[in-house]
Design a protein around this ligand. Sequence first.
Ligand code: AVJ
Ligand code: FE
Length: 442
Amino acid sequence: TAAHGRAALRAHAFDALTRARTRTLALSDCVEDAELTAQHSPLMSPLVWDMAHIGNQEEQWLLRAVGGRAPLRPEIDSLYDAFEHPRAERPSLPLLPPNEARAYLAKVRGDAFRVLERAQLEGRPLVADGFAFGMIAQHEQQHAETMLITHQLRRGPAALTAPPPPAAPTGTAALPREVLVPGGPFTMGTDDEPWALDNERPAHRRELPAFCIDTLPVSNGAYLRFIEDGGYADSRWWTPAGWDHVCRNGLRAPLFWRQEQGGWWRRRFGVREPVPEAEPVMHVSWYEADAYARWAGRRLPTEAEWEKAARLDPDTGRSRRFPWGGADPEPHHANLGQRHLSPAPVGGYPDGASALGVRQLMGEVWEWTSSDFAPYPGFTAFPYREYSEVFFGPSYKVLRGGCFGTDPVVARATFRNWDHPVRRQIFAGFRTARTPAPEESA
Ligand code: AVJ
Ligand code: FE
């Protein structure tokens, strides 16, 4: 019945919001207050800014827009407006101190649950299917991932712990290096995923020529061969902008890597360790991913190619919700949700492979694509232009698939992330692709 459906939707929204809050508080409570107000990198906000910004977005959408309530603290809105203050400047703002940020989060959440209890969850698009509640759960989880990035940039002893991800099953060395995706149309984007955000809509047909895509993400070991072959010193592999960037900044390895004692080491969440060769490479910019692909005689996949490889079921011609099918992500499908603090070795999670046999598309590392962030045909901004629309254009490249720190409420095969091509602090890696010769795809 409709009432039963609404009760299930309410419970689903309640769970998504509650899981997000548990994570936000865990990422805040594991360090001293002085570390919450400190700026660990000019690229990031102080953690205490993310905390109150999460509460402020929730207040604006769930209490004011859905609940029709008056502002609780209108004087703080501008402090937490991401467009008014760049990240580097946020530590010098009169931010709510940690105890006030926590109290504000708790007050807003209590009221939001009362709004959720009464909301009709049908009718106007903002509340239909619980969209606003799902959007705010996704917003909080996206900021929790941002806070996880801040933790990675922070110096000092480890504050986070988690068990290591599972080892890859035996036999991964025998997997084909790449998968041939047949030419033809597929459905990109979605109309019927209730909590999909504006930039994932509408569903539309895309016609793509045949292409080959890596079965697995590029590993640290493979990337080391690019470094050792002098890849960072050879302008042939780089776009002009990428070469300029590498030279100006003296880049010679992924962020957080150091060459010491005859080998490569990395710092990860406060722990120094040898670079594990079997893990997907991470903390590389788009420029580095693009250069590696050219050195390897290949290229990055386009965003449409990535989604087709992830979603196409060749038996039905239809696009799946997830690489493995229609089922919501479970721990055996993908390394998502910060259950672990690193990606799993390449070749893992066979249960999460796509119909065409491509592995680890969801979770592990965000994957750079060659595509600029652009609207789909028929795009309409909803519910606010500042979520996606103001970022469309050549300054941002699309990333797909989510990483080990992405919550399942965000990780959809249609979800689109984007960032500047120089960014390396995000948990991003890549896989490569190529266009086959005509006789290969016949
Ligand atoms: C989609 C991850 C690029 O963090 O800038 C958070 C998500 N938008 N608050 C970001 C977002 C507004 C966004 N990304
Ligand atoms: Fe935000």
